[in-house]
Design a protein around this ligand. Structure first.
Ligand code: FE2
Ligand code: FE2
Length: 135
């Protein structure tokens, strides 16, 4: 069983993307805990950021196709997350290591709030829509 099962929202494609994203977050968290240098943390942020963008693009296109009523708000939340990650990326590019728990708790909070709340909400909408159509 996947260690990220509790993050499943019921849409297989998104669940597997979230697992990849959460593995990236784990990797970043481990590099912070291991007190890697700003350069190494910077690399892990870049890697995570790359996958975040892949996922957000796929998710936003799914929500658009589904005509999800909360689309604009959801996209805004994605943009806000990217903005914060870019800030951390800039700080580590400049050689500053963010406080260990600041970045970890930011990522953890985001995973919990965003995937388990915002993403779960659109998943319920889409699953419901599919049921209405097929029923
Ligand atoms: Fe999302
Ligand atoms: Fe998501």
């Amino acid at each position: 069983m996947s260690k990220f099962k509790k993050y499943h929202i019921g849409i297989p494609e998104m669940d597997s993307q979230h697992e990849k994203l959460l593995s990236n977050i784990d990797k970043l968290r481990n590099s912070i805990i291991a007190k890697d240098t700003a350069v190494q943390i910077n690399d892990s942020i870049s890697e995570m950021m790359h996958y975040v963008k892949v996922h957000f693009t796929a998710e936003e296109s799914l929500l658009k196709k589904a005509g999800y009523p909360g689309f604009d708000n959801h996209v805004l939340k994605h943009r806000q997350f990217i903005k914060k990650v870019v800030e951390y990326h800039k700080r580590t590019s400049a050689g500053t290591t963010p406080s260990k728990y600041e970045l970890i708790s930011f990522l953890q909070e985001w995973a919990n709030n965003h995937i388990l709340t915002d993403d779960k909400k659109y998943a319920e909408y889409i699953i419901n829509m599919v049921e209405v159509k097929s029923g």
